[in-house]
Structure formats: structure tokens, C-alpha cells
Design a protein. Structure first.
Length: 300
């Protein structure tokens, strides 16, 4: 085991900052203990590693295990949002101002690991969150490997070679259709080039990710929000987000991407942060239509 301590310069919220990295309840690569400490199992360039992060009276204490331990501790401040600048954000709406005041400890996490965020984002394409989370759990349980260290039942995601070698029937059992599985296999085969996007600006990084067929603006933004800690990578093409942003800021229930981007224009450069804060208010339009139906590909 190796350790490191990092002290945030201002108010800090560990749970809110890292919570966006969890892929649903029961994520084999992410766990929160009753004391609020966070466990993450990651595949770094040096190999698998497990990170345990605890807030001890304003000081963040981290423990790491496995071949990837040094990398996880080296990049700990970036993961915790040390490179994020919330001071660059100016609220321009009453609701956003209140959310910003309430969540002063929120930082945008930066993992520096592209594939780790890209693959679950591909799994979330055009399906319900529950379907995507289930697929992620099953694939890691079957094709991942035990996380190093003392974290029981946690799993590290497969290597790029491991993702590319998953047989078609296991994708099918996990409920992943051929289009999404093919996209993941293509991304795994281009992993080295895609990981370079972690050091690029948003425009270059998004272009690099979208060079892989099956990865569009939605998936690229969802990835860069986590891998690069991008404050401006706003998610377009989402079924719910435009309606939530539109309703929260104007009371209008039917906003589309164009309307959402117009509302977020005053936050240019910080649009993702604005969306995070708005989502934290919990202000969503009343449901008037049936829930999105589950299309279980395993039954086909």
C-alpha cells in the first residue's frame, strides 16, 4: 500500500466531486463506504490499481494498491479537481446562483483515463440508464479482474485487448446490441490514440474521439467531462437534459438542444459546470409521458 495526502485550498465536497464517476448503484469499479470514503478501481497505463480516498477534517487522505498505485497517487490532485477553477464561473440566473452558493465544494474531477469513461458512455447510448448500468456490471464481473488491495468484490475493467476479445454471445447476454459492442471494440483497438485525447483541448479531443465510427458528440462530451474535467463539454443529443435545463431556467417543458444551448450561451466556457449545478437543484419538469421502454436485446 502507498499513501498520499492532499489539502484542498477551499471548501471541498468529496462525494459530489467524485460521484459523477460512478456508473449506477452496484458499480464494481466504484464504491462509497458508510463514512463517505470512496473506492475506485482503475486500469492505468501501468496496470490495474485501487484507490481509497477519505476526507479527514478537510484533508484528503488516499491509499493505493496494485501496479497502478503510483499513477493513481501521482494524479490524485487532478482527480480531485485541483486543476479546476470554480472561480471562473459567474452565475447569471437566480436558480444557478443558489445552486452555486449551496455547492461551493463541487469540483470537476479529471481522471486522465479516456477509455475508462468512454466505454460506459457508449453502453449508455440510446438505452435506459438501468440497462447501461446492468451491462457495465455484468461485463466487468465476467471479463474484468479483481481489484488489487483489500476492497472486496470490486473489479478493474478489462484491458483494451480484453474488450476486443469479448465474444458476441457475452455482449448479447449483457444486453448490448451489435452497434454498441462494435463501437467499443473499435475504440479498444484505437485505445492508444484515444488516450492521447486526455492531454488535448476540448475541440481536438472531441474530434479525436469522434474519428471512431459510432462515437458522436453526446458520447464525446460525456467522456471528456470525466477524463478531461472539461467545464464546457456540454452534452447535446440527450433525451432529457435539454428539457431539464429549459424547465429549470424558464419553466418551459419542451426545450430542445438549440434552446438549451441558447440558454447556456452566457456560460460559454463553463456550460458543463452550469448543467451540473442545475441538475443538483433537482428541478425537473413533471412527467407527462410513459417512461422510456426497455428494449431487451437478449430476447432477440
Amino acid at each position: 500500500m502507498k499513501t498520499r495526502t492532499w489539502t484542498p485550498p477551499t471548501a471541498y465536497d468529496l462525494g459530489r466531486t467524485l460521484g459523477v464517476l460512478a456508473r449506477g448503484p452496484g458499480d464494481p469499479a466504484y464504491r462509497v463506504d458508510p463514512d463517505g470514503s470512496v473506492w475506485r478501481a482503475s486500469r492505468t497505463p501501468e496496470g490495474p490499481g485501487t484507490l481509497h480516498v477519505t476526507d479527514r477534517d478537510g484533508r484528503i487522505h488516499a491509499e493505493a494498491w496494485g501496479p497502478g498505485a503510483d499513477r493513481l497517487l501521482e494524479t490524485l490532485p487532478a482527480l480531485l479537481g485541483a486543476g479546476d477553477d470554480p472561480g471562473a464561473f459567474t452565475p447569471r440566473h437566480r436558480l444557478v446562483h443558489e445552486a452555486h452558493r449551496r455547492h461551493q465544494g463541487l469540483r470537476l474531477a479529471r481522471t486522465g483515463l479516456v477509455l475508462e469513461s468512454l466505454i460506459p458512455s457508449v453502453l449508455e447510448q440510446k438505452v435506459t440508464a438501468d440497462e447501461a448500468y446492468r451491462a457495465w456490471r455484468l461485463l466487468l464481473q465476467q471479463h474484468g479482474e479483481p481489484a488489487p488491495g483489500p476492497a472486496p468484490r470490486m473489479r478493474v475493467m478489462p484491458s483494451p485487448q480484453g474488450w476486443a476479445a469479448i465474444p458476441s454471445w457475452d455482449w448479447h447476454r449483457a444486453g448490448v446490441d451489435g452497434k454498441r459492442s462494435a463501437t467499443i471494440v473499435r475504440a479498444a483497438r484505437a485505445a492508444a490514440r484515444l488516450e492521447e485525447a486526455a492531454a488535448m483541448d476540448d475541440v481536438q479531443a472531441s474530434r479525436r474521439l469522434q474519428a471512431v465510427p459510432g462515437i458522436g458528440p453526446w458520447t464525446a462530451a460525456e467522456t471528456l467531462q470525466r477524463s478531461n474535467g472539461s467545464p464546457d463539454a456540454v452534452t447535446v443529443g440527450d433525451l432529457h437534459l435539454p428539457k431539464i435545463i429549459g424547465y429549470a431556467l424558464t419553466g418551459f417543458r419542451g426545450a430542445d438542444d438549440a434552446a438549451m444551448l441558447e440558454l447556456l450561451a452566457p456560460y460559454e466556457g463553463q456550460r458543463h459546470r452550469a448543467c451540473r449545478l442545475i441538475l443538483l437543484t433537482g428541478r425537473t419538469p413533471p412527467r407527462r409521458a410513459p417512461r422510456f421502454s426497455v428494449n431487451d436485446v437478449r430476447a432477440l
